[in-house]
Write a protein that binds this ligand. Structure first.
Ligand code: SF4
Length: 446
């Protein structure tokens, strides 16, 4: 029996061994595609015999800061899989898992001033990947009592992966309990497959009579050719899971890695239109390491670089909205003659809801002028939102005697410190702010 047939037969045994619905985690990368394709092949065989009695959930993580090319690819694939399942009547559905708006990258970095993530302060993975996945999986466990998750992990991926697979405690059926969700079990059906096994299987897609949601994997293979990286970035299951920033399919804003090799590869290989994204990522990487651009204390009052300063947050929002426009413009210039060109494509990097929440955070933290709305309106977003507050309106009555902008810069320090009992260092901070204000340093353009 060949490897593919053997794996499908093993999957069938697992399928009939209990009533647990299946959850296939799918990143669009080669390993998770391989598992999903095997599952779809098996489901079709069972469906033809009337034996597909339970549901399969295909789940994908969308951090909402995925590289646009990857987000578009994954969106297209999920639509194709959904259409395929409907037309073939397979009991299979797709689910894209995204962070709550309060936990999105922009809400936290621009809104609350979190420094762009580092390996020691990697606040993103838990909020953008683990929490949405845990919430969804837990809801399935609540509904079905138990679930079986199928992962595309393989020992041949890396030494670390080999060790983690070897250390996993398996029951008699080869299942391991999920680390954090009781009654969720994990199966790795291709853990012994080599790279070559995976590529051979995927490149032969369409050469047998089995229909799939896709005709071939040429586009995915071209993504592998363009971007470098280590493995796929699948659904993250626990905070100890390694950073996915080194993978091809990580977030475009990832500053956990020093250099975004994947993006660099894309830029050199026909995706030059994404250059503004690369430049923005470089900027937040630099700013995060620059203490001058952060409050002198953390929110709990302890010494050490704190949140990004208000001016920096304003600048980052402004540049993000500029980047959004630039990247869409460049896409239409560079991709016009490409076979997958979409003349209606318009990349939105930040949602209106996120800008609204950023404004709410700024109002709590420092803002009396509704700067998030002012900035958004420069780019024709949220045009109906107010660009002043009651306090700012009152101050404007005294604008001949009072420099409102300078007042705001000092007010920001006081508001940031409102929950910090010590006043130590505050005079120095105010003096520095006044000097920087007159030097025109870190001032937003409004
Ligand atoms: S790719 Fe980077 S930014 Fe995205 S969740 Fe992973 S570590 Fe965080």
């Amino acid at each position: 029996m060949n490897l593919i047939r053997e794996t499908i037969e093993e999957l069938k045994q697992q399928y009939f061994a209990d009533e647990r619905p299946w959850v296939v985690t799918y990143s669009g990368g080669k390993d998770s595609t391989c598992v999903l394709q095997l599952v779809i092949a098996m489901l079709q065989e069972l469906h033809a015999e009337g034996k597909d009695h339970k549901h399969t959930y295909v789940v994908s993580s969308d951090t909402t800061v995925e590289m646009p090319i990857i987000e578009k690819y994954l969106r297209t694939k999920l639509d194709e899989i959904t259409e395929f399942a409907e037309s073939t009547e397979l009991k299979l559905s797709c689910h894209k898992l995204s962070p709550k708006i309060e936990e999105s990258f922009w809400t936290l970095m621009v809104g609350k001033g979190y420094p762009a993530p580092t390996s020691t302060f990697r606040w993103c993975t838990e909020r953008m990947k683990i929490n949405p996945a845990t919430h969804f999986l837990q809801s399935l466990v609540n509904k079905h009592q138990s679930i079986l998750m199928l992962l595309g992990v393989r020992s041949a991926e890396s030494q670390a992966r080999q060790t983690s697979i070897a250390n996993r405690k398996l029951n008699q059926r080869g299942l391991s309990p999920h680390d954090n969700i009781p009654n969720a079990f994990v199966l790795s059906p291709i853990k012994h497959w080599t790279n070559e096994d995976v590529w051979t299987y995927l490149s032969n897609t369409g050469k047998d009579t089995t229909p799939y949601p896709w005709k071939n994997h040429d586009y995915m293979m071209s993504l592998y050719d363009k971007g470098s990286g280590e493995g796929d970035c699948n659904i993250a299951l626990n905070p100890q899971s390694p950073s996915c920033g080194k993978t091809r399919f990580g977030c475009w804003v990832c500053t956990v890695v020093e250099k975004d090799r994947s993006m660099e590869g894309m830029l050199k290989n026909g995706e030059e239109w994404m250059l503004p994204l690369w430049e923005y990522r470089e900027k937040i990487y630099l700013y995060r390491n620059d203490e001058e651009r952060r409050f002198e204390r953390r929110r709990d009052g302890s010494m050490g670089a704190g949140a990004f300063l208000p001016d920096i947050r304003r600048e980052l929002l402004d540049e993000l909205l500029q980047t959004e426009i630039k990247v869409s413009e460049l896409y239409h210039v560079y991709k016009k003659n490409s076979p997958d060109y979409n003349p209606h494509e318009n990349f939105q990097l930040i949602k209106d809801d996120e800008i609204e929440l950023i404004q709410a955070n700024w109002n709590t933290d420092f803002d009396i002028s509704n700067y998030a709305y002012r900035i958004a309106q420069k780019y024709n977003r949220l045009m109906d939102r107010p660009i002043t507050t009651p306090l700012r309106s009152k101050l404007e009555n005294y604008s001949d005697e009072l420099n409102i902008d300078l007042f705001e810069r000092i007010y920001e320090i006081e508001v940031y410190r409102k929950n910090i009992s010590t006043r130590y260092g505050i005079i120095g901070e105010i003096e520095k702010r006044i000097v920087n204000f007159y030097k025109g340093q870190f001032r937003e353009t409004n």
